[in-house]
Design a protein around this ligand. Structure first.
Ligand SMILES: O=C(O)[C@H](O)[C@@H](O)[C@H](O)[C@H](O)COP(=O)(O)O
Length: 271
């Protein structure tokens, strides 16, 4: 059996005791970005219907930024389901420890693509610190961000409720800035400093697995055939999060792999 665009193949995946991930395949990157943007707006609107506010954790990366651009375009279409962007809290899964405003920062791209066009209020935009924000070391910046998360948590909880946490994935299976066989992959802190990162820039801040996996829903956005082997490996029973961080990602209620056909190209071999 092969997977066609639009197939939902969760039932075909191995059952090794993990929450069964939901896998959705779209024909190409453009369709993927549009589909994820629609789903994101609907999911945040649904969270607002229950809680008044919604919380999303953003990713950098090509497909992640394309999703934000598509979400901003939806906000300009009044007939679409609407999210109240003034009542959305925005956090990040990882960030490059470079000066504010740098094009290398995930924050810079997200502000341009979505946050500024739709008018998310400044007090709801929880950016990870830039390298010129007054922290001498990324470890201090990471500790500060963990404090911000704790301060936003409801009584009795360690973290705020995260409705959707978006992640990209690198071709070797990294998520956020947790790279294969890196110290961050076995660090149980909520937020970690990352040094000597194999993908430039070398110094970063990242949520750890403990914070990532506290999200209600995690959506992994993956496009392109270069990532097909890592997608298949992460969905194979027994994949280890140290060697393949994407395999260590499990949302509390849902883990959704949102793929284009090229990224899904080796899923047959995963079964
Ligand atoms: O800082 C980073 O490198 C990103 O946060 C990273 O996790 C990214 O999301 C993936 O590498 C996918 O990136 P692409 O979609 O651009 O391949």
């Amino acid at each position: 059996m092969s997977f066609s665009p639009g197939d939902r193949i969760a039932a075909a995946l191995p059952d090794d005791g993990r929450p069964v991930p939901d896998v959705v395949v779209e024909p190409d990157a453009d369709h993927l970005a549009r589909a994820v943007a629609s789903a994101l707006v609907a999911r945040l609107a649904a969270a607002q219907a229950v809680h008044d506010t919604a919380t999303v954790v953003l990713t950098g990366g090509g497909i992640g930024t394309a999703v934000l651009e598509r979400a901003a375009a939806l906000a300009a279409e009044p007939e679409r389901e609407r999210v109240d962007w003034t009542a959305v809290d925005v956090w990040w899964g990882d960030e490059r420890f470079v000066p504010a405003g740098s094009e290398e920062r995930n924050e810079t791209g997200a502000r341009r693509a979505l946050l500024d066009p739709v008018g998310v209020p400044a007090e709801r935009v929880h950016a990870m610190p830039a390298s010129d924000a007054g922290f001498a070391e990324p470890e201090e910046a990471a500790a500060w961000y963990a404090e911000q998360l704790a301060a936003a948590a409801p009584e009795g909880a360690a973290l705020p409720r995260v409705d959707v946490l978006l992640l990209g994935m690198g071709p070797e299976g990294h998520v956020a800035s947790i790279f294969p066989d890196s110290p961050a992959a076995s660090d149980d802190r909520l937020v970690v400093a990352v040094r000597d990162c194999p993908k430039p820039p070398p110094t970063r801040i990242s949520l750890g697995f403990a914070a990532i996996n506290a999200a209600e829903e995690i959506w992994l956005l993956v496009s392109g055939e270069g990532k097909a082997p890592a997608v298949a490996a992460a969905l194979r029973a027994g994949a280890g999060p140290q060697q393949l961080p994407a395999a260590g990602v499990h949302g509390r209620r849902a883990t959704r792999w949102l793929l284009d056909a090229a990224a899904a190209g080796e899923l047959d071999a995963a079964r």
